[in-house]
Design a protein around this ligand. Structure first.
Ligand code: ADP
Length: 171
Protein backbone atom coordinates (compact mmCIF):
# COMPACT_ATOMS: atom_id res chain seq x y z
CA UNK A 1 0.00 0.00 0.00
CA UNK A 2 1.42 3.40 -0.93
CA UNK A 3 0.39 6.34 1.19
CA UNK A 4 -0.97 9.41 -0.60
CA UNK A 5 0.64 12.57 0.82
CA UNK A 6 1.20 16.13 -0.30
CA UNK A 7 4.81 17.08 -1.17
CA UNK A 8 5.17 19.54 1.72
CA UNK A 9 4.31 17.01 4.41
CA UNK A 10 7.01 15.91 6.82
CA UNK A 11 6.75 12.15 6.95
CA UNK A 12 8.60 9.96 9.41
CA UNK A 13 8.83 6.20 9.46
CA UNK A 14 9.31 4.34 12.74
CA UNK A 15 10.10 0.73 11.88
CA UNK A 16 10.22 -2.15 14.32
CA UNK A 17 9.05 -5.64 15.12
CA UNK A 18 6.83 -4.54 18.02
CA UNK A 19 6.53 -8.08 19.37
CA UNK A 20 4.82 -6.73 21.42
CA UNK A 21 4.69 -2.94 21.60
CA UNK A 22 6.11 -1.71 24.92
CA UNK A 23 6.03 1.49 26.96
CA UNK A 24 9.50 2.18 25.55
CA UNK A 25 8.17 2.16 21.97
CA UNK A 26 5.19 4.29 22.95
CA UNK A 27 7.48 6.88 24.55
CA UNK A 28 9.46 7.15 21.30
CA UNK A 29 6.22 7.55 19.33
CA UNK A 30 4.91 10.27 21.68
CA UNK A 31 8.11 12.23 21.19
CA UNK A 32 8.47 11.56 17.45
CA UNK A 33 4.98 12.79 16.51
CA UNK A 34 6.10 16.30 17.47
CA UNK A 35 8.49 16.32 14.51
CA UNK A 36 6.20 15.12 11.72
CA UNK A 37 2.90 15.71 9.96
CA UNK A 38 2.58 11.99 9.39
CA UNK A 39 4.29 9.27 11.40
CA UNK A 40 4.14 5.84 9.80
CA UNK A 41 4.72 2.97 12.18
CA UNK A 42 6.09 0.17 10.05
CA UNK A 43 5.44 -3.17 11.68
CA UNK A 44 8.04 -5.54 10.25
CA UNK A 45 7.00 -9.06 9.32
CA UNK A 46 10.36 -10.37 10.59
CA UNK A 47 9.43 -14.04 10.40
CA UNK A 48 13.10 -14.95 10.89
CA UNK A 49 12.93 -13.42 14.39
CA UNK A 50 10.23 -16.00 15.22
CA UNK A 51 7.76 -13.46 16.62
CA UNK A 52 5.40 -14.55 19.39
CA UNK A 53 2.53 -12.54 17.90
CA UNK A 54 1.43 -12.75 14.26
CA UNK A 55 1.84 -9.70 12.07
CA UNK A 56 -1.92 -9.03 12.23
CA UNK A 57 -1.86 -9.25 16.04
CA UNK A 58 1.12 -6.90 16.31
CA UNK A 59 -0.45 -4.36 13.95
CA UNK A 60 -3.74 -4.52 15.90
CA UNK A 61 -1.94 -4.04 19.23
CA UNK A 62 0.01 -1.02 17.94
CA UNK A 63 -3.16 0.47 16.44
CA UNK A 64 -5.07 0.04 19.71
CA UNK A 65 -2.34 1.86 21.66
CA UNK A 66 -2.21 4.70 19.14
CA UNK A 67 -5.83 5.53 19.96
CA UNK A 68 -4.56 6.87 23.32
CA UNK A 69 -2.09 9.31 21.75
CA UNK A 70 -3.36 12.83 21.24
CA UNK A 71 -1.34 14.77 18.72
CA UNK A 72 -1.56 16.95 15.65
CA UNK A 73 0.26 14.39 13.51
CA UNK A 74 -1.46 11.60 11.63
CA UNK A 75 -0.28 8.21 12.83
CA UNK A 76 -0.55 5.30 10.41
CA UNK A 77 0.25 1.72 11.32
CA UNK A 78 1.37 -0.22 8.27
CA UNK A 79 2.67 -3.80 7.90
CA UNK A 80 6.16 -3.72 6.46
CA UNK A 81 8.02 -6.22 4.32
CA UNK A 82 11.20 -6.09 2.25
CA UNK A 83 13.89 -3.47 2.22
CA UNK A 84 13.43 -0.65 4.74
CA UNK A 85 14.68 2.10 2.43
CA UNK A 86 12.43 0.93 -0.40
CA UNK A 87 9.47 0.99 1.99
CA UNK A 88 10.45 4.51 3.12
CA UNK A 89 10.70 5.71 -0.50
CA UNK A 90 7.38 4.11 -1.47
CA UNK A 91 5.69 5.88 1.44
CA UNK A 92 7.35 9.26 0.88
CA UNK A 93 9.19 9.23 4.22
CA UNK A 94 12.09 11.68 4.44
CA UNK A 95 13.19 10.36 7.79
CA UNK A 96 13.58 7.09 9.70
CA UNK A 97 12.99 7.19 13.46
CA UNK A 98 14.78 4.82 15.82
CA UNK A 99 15.14 4.54 19.56
CA UNK A 100 18.54 4.12 21.21
CA UNK A 101 18.94 2.27 24.43
CA UNK A 102 22.37 1.54 25.90
CA UNK A 103 25.54 0.92 23.90
CA UNK A 104 24.26 -2.42 22.62
CA UNK A 105 21.82 -0.67 20.24
CA UNK A 106 24.45 1.80 19.07
CA UNK A 107 26.74 -0.57 17.20
CA UNK A 108 23.92 -2.11 15.16
CA UNK A 109 22.18 1.20 14.47
CA UNK A 110 25.42 2.89 13.45
CA UNK A 111 26.04 0.20 10.85
CA UNK A 112 22.44 0.34 9.61
CA UNK A 113 22.62 4.10 9.07
CA UNK A 114 25.83 3.74 7.09
CA UNK A 115 24.25 1.10 4.83
CA UNK A 116 20.98 2.97 4.46
CA UNK A 117 22.82 6.16 3.53
CA UNK A 118 24.41 4.25 0.66
CA UNK A 119 20.98 3.13 -0.54
CA UNK A 120 19.41 6.59 -0.32
CA UNK A 121 21.39 9.51 1.04
CA UNK A 122 18.29 11.76 0.99
CA UNK A 123 16.61 9.83 3.80
CA UNK A 124 17.94 10.71 7.24
CA UNK A 125 17.73 8.63 10.40
CA UNK A 126 16.96 10.38 13.68
CA UNK A 127 17.50 8.77 17.06
CA UNK A 128 15.66 9.33 20.27
CA UNK A 129 17.57 8.40 23.38
CA UNK A 130 15.52 6.01 25.50
CA UNK A 131 13.98 7.71 28.52
CA UNK A 132 15.89 6.66 31.66
CA UNK A 133 12.87 4.85 33.14
CA UNK A 134 12.25 2.91 29.89
CA UNK A 135 15.90 2.26 29.13
CA UNK A 136 15.83 -1.38 30.17
CA UNK A 137 12.61 -2.35 28.40
CA UNK A 138 12.99 -4.73 25.48
CA UNK A 139 10.17 -6.79 23.93
CA UNK A 140 12.33 -9.90 24.19
CA UNK A 141 12.82 -9.49 27.96
CA UNK A 142 9.17 -8.64 28.56
CA UNK A 143 8.16 -11.93 26.87
CA UNK A 144 10.69 -13.85 28.93
CA UNK A 145 9.61 -12.27 32.22
CA UNK A 146 5.94 -12.91 31.43
CA UNK A 147 6.66 -16.51 30.43
CA UNK A 148 8.35 -17.05 33.79
CA UNK A 149 5.39 -15.60 35.70
CA UNK A 150 6.83 -12.15 36.40
CA UNK A 151 4.88 -8.88 36.53
CA UNK A 152 5.12 -6.85 33.32
CA UNK A 153 2.67 -4.00 34.00
CA UNK A 154 5.45 -1.42 34.24
CA UNK A 155 6.77 -2.40 30.82
CA UNK A 156 3.68 -2.78 28.62
CA UNK A 157 0.18 -1.25 28.49
CA UNK A 158 -2.59 -3.21 30.24
CA UNK A 159 -4.10 -4.54 26.98
CA UNK A 160 -0.73 -5.81 25.85
CA UNK A 161 -0.20 -7.54 29.20
CA UNK A 162 -3.57 -9.29 28.78
CA UNK A 163 -2.66 -10.33 25.23
CA UNK A 164 0.69 -11.67 26.44
CA UNK A 165 -0.89 -13.72 29.20
CA UNK A 166 -3.47 -15.17 26.80
CA UNK A 167 -0.90 -15.96 24.14
CA UNK A 168 1.47 -17.64 26.58
CA UNK A 169 -1.37 -19.61 28.19
CA UNK A 170 -2.40 -20.90 24.75
CA UNK A 171 1.15 -22.10 24.01
P1 ADP B 1 13.70 -4.12 15.83
O1 ADP B 1 13.47 -5.52 15.43
O2 ADP B 1 13.72 -3.13 14.70
O3 ADP B 1 14.83 -3.90 16.81
P2 ADP B 1 11.99 -3.43 18.03
O4 ADP B 1 10.51 -3.49 18.09
O5 ADP B 1 12.76 -4.26 18.98
O6 ADP B 1 12.34 -3.76 16.56
O7 ADP B 1 12.45 -1.93 18.19
C1 ADP B 1 12.05 -0.90 17.32
C2 ADP B 1 12.80 0.37 17.66
O8 ADP B 1 12.41 0.80 18.96
C3 ADP B 1 14.31 0.22 17.71
O9 ADP B 1 14.89 1.42 17.23
C4 ADP B 1 14.62 0.04 19.17
O10 ADP B 1 15.91 0.46 19.49
C5 ADP B 1 13.57 0.96 19.78
N1 ADP B 1 13.23 0.58 21.15
C6 ADP B 1 12.82 -0.63 21.60
N2 ADP B 1 12.61 -0.60 22.94
C7 ADP B 1 12.91 0.68 23.34
C8 ADP B 1 12.94 1.35 24.61
N3 ADP B 1 12.65 0.72 25.75
N4 ADP B 1 13.28 2.66 24.63
C9 ADP B 1 13.61 3.29 23.48
N5 ADP B 1 13.64 2.72 22.25
C10 ADP B 1 13.30 1.43 22.18
Amino acid sequence: MTLKTTPSQRIGLYPGTFDPITKGHIDIIRRAVKLFDVLIIGVAINEDKGPLFSLAERVAMVEAEMAHIECAAIIRVVPMDGLLMKFAEDHGAQCIVRGLRAVADFEYEFQMVAMNQKLNSEIETVFFMAAPHYQAIASRLVKEICRLGGEVKDFVPADVKTALLEKLRAK
